[in-house]
Design a protein around this ligand. Sequence first.
Ligand code: ADP
Ligand code: MG
Length: 365
Amino acid sequence: MTVPRQALIAAAVALCTAGGAIGATLMRGPAEVRETFYLFGTLVEIEARGAPERVAREAIARVGQRLQAAHKDWHAWRPGELESLNAALAAGESRKVEAGLAALLREGRALSCASGGLFDPAIGRLIEAWGFHADVPPDGAPPPAAAIAALVARHPRMTDLTITGDEVRSDNPAVQLDLGAFAKGAALDLAAEDLRAAGVQDAVLNAGGGVKVIGRHGARPWRVAIRDPFQWGVVAAVSLRPGEALHTSGNYERYFDEGGVRFSHIIDPRSGRPMQGIVSVSVLDPSGARADAAATALAVAGPVEWPQVAAAMGVRAVLMITDDGSILATQAMHERLEPVPGGFPAPVRIVALPEATPPPACSNG
Ligand code: ADP
Ligand code: MG
């Protein structure tokens, strides 16, 4: 299946520009402040309202610095704290990391465990082998199957990590951390907390495929659109409740095509190969880190297995678009979808979620 060229540059989530019609003009209040940063391989836009302009500007500037630092510290293939940690883990050594990174790794390990290992930031070597440790998508042939099989056979997993205070070690030297599947979500959560602590009561943080909000957009909620990955359109709009995040993962932003096959940057840790069958997954949750991790995990799980994985990760509101253009949604997501002019691009099929299952016991400190 090919996706139209123009969809390739479309972020999966876009801010709706007004309370209703897509494309209408945003009414700008006097105390609205907006800044854009280039981070995590994407534009991060922060808009604050309802705070004195000076307070909002200073708060956003500080948040920008914090996001810059996170970008550097958590980068999967450039010099920084994570790269140093990866070198230590590969050498079988333990290493002390900054408290924020230790907390992020704990969260990542718990989310990975809940996902049954479908979201697993320990598979950095596989992601690198497929050529995705670069700013531009790879062009060329897939890596040799034997090289991938050898990496999979070493079973790198987040549950190989032991985190004692701020000290991290791995029982398995094949672990190489790549936080790309949930770092953006986690960073937007932290940034939102910082903005709130600085006195900003209403804000939206938007970073290519991920949105997190604080408060409301004046008298109405912050409203975002889920883009239609097949064309220049919108699947639906969603009004976000204060504190909520919406994250989308898909196969149409970072990928390469070879021999008529699309190779996505989302890798199935079980096969070591890019996931198949899914064009995009959107997850709505109060935690951006969880929504981001779950969007990746459910893309790996695929069109049949995903409800179990969603339940295990504790997410209820999910929208999935499959290769054949089918739109699947949980009841909790369906209730939140607001049709846009022209309606849904395809009928939305509601998929029941099993009861939330208790997370498996796979933590080791
Ligand atoms: P985006 O970066 O477009 O928001 P994702 O949140 O799905 O998309 O993250 C994809 C990134 O996550 C990949 O570029 C890679 O760095 C990493 N990754 C790929 N597959 C997995 C996986 N199964 N588990 C954890 N991380 C993954
Ligand atoms: Mg993700």
